[in-house]
Design a protein around this ligand. Structure first.
Ligand SMILES: Cc1ncc(COP(=O)(O)OP(=O)(O)O)c(N)n1
Ligand SMILES: Cc1nc(C(=O)O)sc1CCOP(=O)(O)O
Ligand SMILES: [Mg+2]
Length: 201
């Protein structure tokens, strides 16, 4: 499982075609993608599903891991490789029961969340927000790269991706803290030159 360059996106993050953005990102070397159709201006129902299919197919053609965010009912029709859930989403125990063979990603932002989570069921942890972000409407306060070091000390065998406010300029600090990858939305979805940003990440 390669989470080194993990791109997350929904149509609400795009100022032009999401398919074109993902195609360019996939060609440039992202290793994982999460379909996160969520928040103001996002699609719902059949439109959401149809976009999910198109994005899933782009990932399949480029051998990029495909994850769905929150909406676990999309995992089967979209043949997702995995599902990412946070603290307010379906519990990992239930996700595991429904999809024993899919990769499970779990968000943890502080020690209390770690203590309340079945970390052993998570195939990777999303740690953040590392830096300040305005992309997620309900983002918590930035926790800094120390949070990655803390998690890595406790769970050395569990892959960790940093998320939140990560750019080509600060990604190296996240990796130096021990992360296995960086997860980004705006750094790629809003890039003038997607290929350059992905190379530098
Ligand atoms: C890789 C990764 N890490 C963290 C998150 C955040 O998940 P969550 O806290 O459930 O918030 P939403 O993304 O659902 O708004 C993520 N999506 N991906
Ligand atoms: C989806 C998400 N989850 C976060 C967390 O802290 O768990 S921060 C975040 C938004 C990431 O967007 P950007 O790369 O544009 O900052
Ligand atoms: Mg969630």
């Amino acid at each position: 499982m390669n989470l080194r360059k993990y791109f997350i996106m929904g149509s609400q993050n795009c100022d032009h075609s999401p398919e074109d953005i993902l195609e360019e990102a996939a060609k440039a070397g992202i290793t994982a993608f999460q379909f996160r159709e969520k928040g103001g201006g996002s699609l719902t129902g059949q439109d959401k599903l149809a976009l999910g299919y198109r994005l899933r197919n782009i990932c399949a053609r480029h051998h990029v891991l495909f994850f769905v965010n929150d909406d676990i009912d999309l995992a089967e029709p979209l043949e997702a490789d995995g599902i990412h859930v946070g603290q307010d989403d379906m519990r990992p125990e239930k996700v595991k029961e429904m999809y024993p063979n899919k990769i499970i990603g779990l968000s943890v932002s502080n020690q209390k969340e770690v203590e309340n989570s079945p970390i052993q069921l998570a195939d990777y942890l999303g740690a953040g927000p590392i830096f300040t972000t305005s992309t997620k409407e309900d983002a918590k306060q930035a926790v800094g790269t120390e949070w990655i070091k803390t998690l890595k000390q406790q769970y050395p065998g569990t892959p960790i991706v940093g998320i939140g406010g990560i750019t080509e300029q600060n990604a190296a600090f996240v990796m130096e803290a021990g992360a296995d990858g960086v997860a980004v939305i705006s750094a790629i979805a809003g890039a003038d030159n997607i290929e350059t940003v992905i190379r530098r990440l």
